[in-house]
Write a protein that binds this ligand. Structure first.
Ligand code: KG4
Ligand code: ZN
Length: 342
């Protein structure tokens, strides 16, 4: 193992994550989630998330140090999510990271959460070929990217024009009576369903759409189509076949995501496709992408599911890249940027 020891702190949404890496070696990845506290509200309540981060931060840090068997004084640099995310949640991570950097007299690096979802793959598969295409699918974002340099050159080819893929999973889950967060529940329910049972629309996929929105996504029409289908069924006094709706909805999402991701590889000449973000943990998305990547002779890089959802290791991994490029540390006046673009 070589390279500096990097601590990564993540608090952009409802997961308090602390990771420790050295180069591409993952030494610790401790996550405390406040998701249970949000379930009854059907979505993340920002103030509840901030308070949970405040309570979980130091215990999570202590667990990470114990797992990695390192003392805080051995840490060489601290990376922290500066955005995008919920501002009150980001502030807790930033304040903690600043206090540590100040007390330990170590450099502080504010990094981008979205780039972190991409960089985490380094821990599972090592260095990337350039250019590499990336499909980022989370609760707040859905984008196709080209990655030339993890630390400094990620370009967006297209993104969702309305809901993110994870948001669509969460909203549809609610429509069919599955709890928040809906993604993993739909993933499981769909296993027993027929993906061809109901034909749901594939957003921005007609020839006409592709002229202007070749690499963009739209999931709000799909969500409305599911809502209408479910409503008609209920009005007719019929049961809603949850597994079939879940599988058919999921097929529509994964079909569009994988078709556009393959097209992005073709257009950019990328031989590798990386996927990241919470929805990248989805079983059907991983299987369909694997099938299509094999047909198109693309190498698919899928981080293990625990590294796809929000965590501190992804921030530490990106921090290690930033440090290895010799980029300048952030000042101790670093602020939170809830709308930070990739
Ligand atoms: O990346 P992430 O943990 O947080 C954000 O940065 O948004 O993504 C959370 C999203 C949620 O919408 C959740 O429902 C979805 O990822 N998700 C999944 C799965 N696991 C998490 N969606 C589909 N299938 C899954 N297995
Ligand atoms: Zn995320």
């Amino acid at each position: 193992m070589s390279g500096p020891l990097i601590l990564g702190i993540e608090t952009s949404c409802d997961e308090t994550g602390v990771g420790i890496v050295r180069g591409h070696d993952l030494l610790a990845n401790e996550v405390a989630s406040s998701v249970e506290e949000h379930v009854r509200f059907g979505g993340v309540v920002p103030e509840v998330a901030s308070r949970a981060h405040l309570e979980a931060m130091l215990p999570t840090l202590e667990r990470a140090c114990a797992t990695a068997d390192v003392d805080l004084t051995e840490i060489d640099a601290i990376a922290v999510t500066a955005g995008p995310g919920l501002v009150g949640a980001l502030v807790v991570g930033l304040a903690s990271a600043k206090a540590l950097a100040y007390a330990l007299n170590k450099p502080l690096y504010g990094v981008n959460h979205l780039a972190g979802h991409v960089a985490v793959d380094l821990l599972d598969h090592g260095s990337l070929p350039s250019p590499c295409a990336a499909l980022l699918v989370s609760g707040g974002h859905t984008s196709l990217l080209t990655v030339e340099d993890m630390a400094s050159k990620i370009t967006e080819l297209g993104s969702t024009i309305d809901d993110a893929a994870g948001e669509a999973y969460d909203k549809v889950a609610r429509l069919i009576g599955l709890p928040y967060p809906g993604g993993p529940h739909i993933d499981r329910a769909a296993v027993d369903g027929d993906p061809t049972a109901i034909s749901f629309p594939r957003g921005l996929s007609t020839n006409r759409d592709l002229i202007k929105h070749r690499f963009d996504f739209s999931f709000s029409g799909l969500k409305t189509a599911v809502a209408r289908w479910v409503e008609e069924r209920r009005l007719a006094g019929q049961d809603v076949p949850v597994a079939d709706v879940a599988a058919s909805f999921q097929e529509a999402v994964c079909d569009v995501l994988s078709a556009k991701a393959m097209d992005a590889c073709r257009a950019t000449g990328a031989t590798d496709l990386l996927i990241g973000g919470g929805v990248a943990a989805n079983g059907r998305l991983r299987a369909l992408l694997a099938e299509r990547a094999a047909e198109n002779k693309i190498t698919l890089r899928t981080p293990r599911p625990a590294l796809c959802t929000d965590n501190g290791a992804m921030i530490a991994a990106l921090g290690a890249e930033v440090v290895s490029r010799g980029l300048r540390p952030s000042g101790l006046d670093l602020g939170a940027d809830p709308g930070l673009p990739v």
